[in-house]
Write a protein that binds this ligand. Sequence first.
Ligand code: FAD
Length: 418
Amino acid sequence: MKNWAGNLEYSAARIVRPESLATLTDVVASAATVKALGSRHSFSRVGDTVGTHVLLDGLPQEITIAENRQSVRVGGGISYGTLCRVLEDGGLAIHNLASLPHISVAGAIQTGTHGSGVNNQALAGAVQAIELIRPSGEQVRLTPSDGDAFFSSVVGLGALGVVTAVDLAVVPSFLMRQRVFEDLPWAAALDNFPALVSSAYSVSLFTDYSGPNIAQVWLKATADEPALTDLFGARAATVARHPLPDMSAENCTQQMDQPGRWLDRLPHFRHEFTPSNGDELQSEFILPLEHAPAAITAIQKLAGKLSPLLFISEIRTGAADDFWLSPFYQQQSVAFHFTWKLLQAEVEAFLPELEDALRPFGSRPHWGKLFTPTSYDFELLYPRFADFRARAAANDPEAKFRNPLLDAIFGVQAASTR
Ligand SMILES: Cc1cc2nc3c(=O)[nH]c(=O)nc-3n(C[C@H](O)[C@H](O)[C@H](O)COP(=O)(O)OP(=O)(O)OC[C@H]3O[C@@H](n4cnc5c(N)ncnc54)[C@H](O)[C@@H]3O)c2cc1C
């Protein structure tokens, strides 16, 4: 079995698709090494195992809106695309989405997946309760009142348990408009960065870091935000755009300030059109928002080396959260995303240079994308990193949920002999 991008073949000796929670629990309890997989949209080997892969899409697909309409209980294998439609039918919404809706809820929150917006937390920010199967088969339900057990488990890289359900905070359904601006001068962007990224509910900058201008700025605004006609000297696009200049906008969510449902504007790509696999790789680095202009200047110095490898880069923002391994942990952040051509060896050879350029700014890599794990001092980057490692070792003494990437991140656990 391969991941979405096709850049990696998983190593699992067997794949199990349980149809009941009881079977899933038995599989987890009896396996020597086991890992849950979601929609396989990660580019890194974070979800790999040599043992058993469990896929949760055979379980009853539960989506239950709470009576008070403040939250929704979502089964572990469900995708945001499915969830969003049920919520919208019920007049509800979630605060933010990633660039595409096809990813699973559990897989997304486990890696700290995010959208954009200075006031918007990553998708994990909506989690009010999480239910996991521990390595022994024990089932636990954790809420913020469980303190450390909860805040370690939500963004957990699959290392603390198999997530069988989450309760997510919901809000009343809302309308949004999307507008693309083109050719924003870099000088104006750097001088006004906080104002620029705060100019709508969700703002994304698309660039290849060459030339004097940012190619595109996507603004996703709620209905009560004023429509902007000027954006620091950029031009409002007169036709719909794809982030890649020579691609048709047919697969993109509607633009040109047309009001629409939140689920049809927050992602960049339409649920019904996005391909199920793609010829691309991705990396992303998240760092404190105040360092954005200096980090951009550092990346611009690498533009000549980036361009042969890069389809496009996207700059987003996110609000702070309290999940121990979240790249947004206790810092308002800017995220530098890179969509690479499917040239894995070349990308991996270049990544250390890019990672070195961003290191002085406290850059944290996206767990589900490509990065060089051994080049980071994660204890320096994540104040609760050592606590997470200790908790994982105590929860999972036989290192069932570990794999080579997690060993590279956390160090090889004593019982981890794979
Ligand atoms: C085209 C594309 C666009 C993307 N856009 C964005 C974006 O806008 N923002 C962003 O931040 N990221 C983005 N990503 C990255 C993606 O969101 C993450 O890699 C995310 O983890 C994918 O979710 P998944 O369900 O595919 O997880 P998988 O890749 O299947 O798994 C990821 C991790 O979660 C664990 N896991 C999965 N399910 C469970 C479970 N039930 N219990 C415990 N652990 C579990 C796995 O073991 C693994 O460690 C994008 C990826 C692609 C391919």
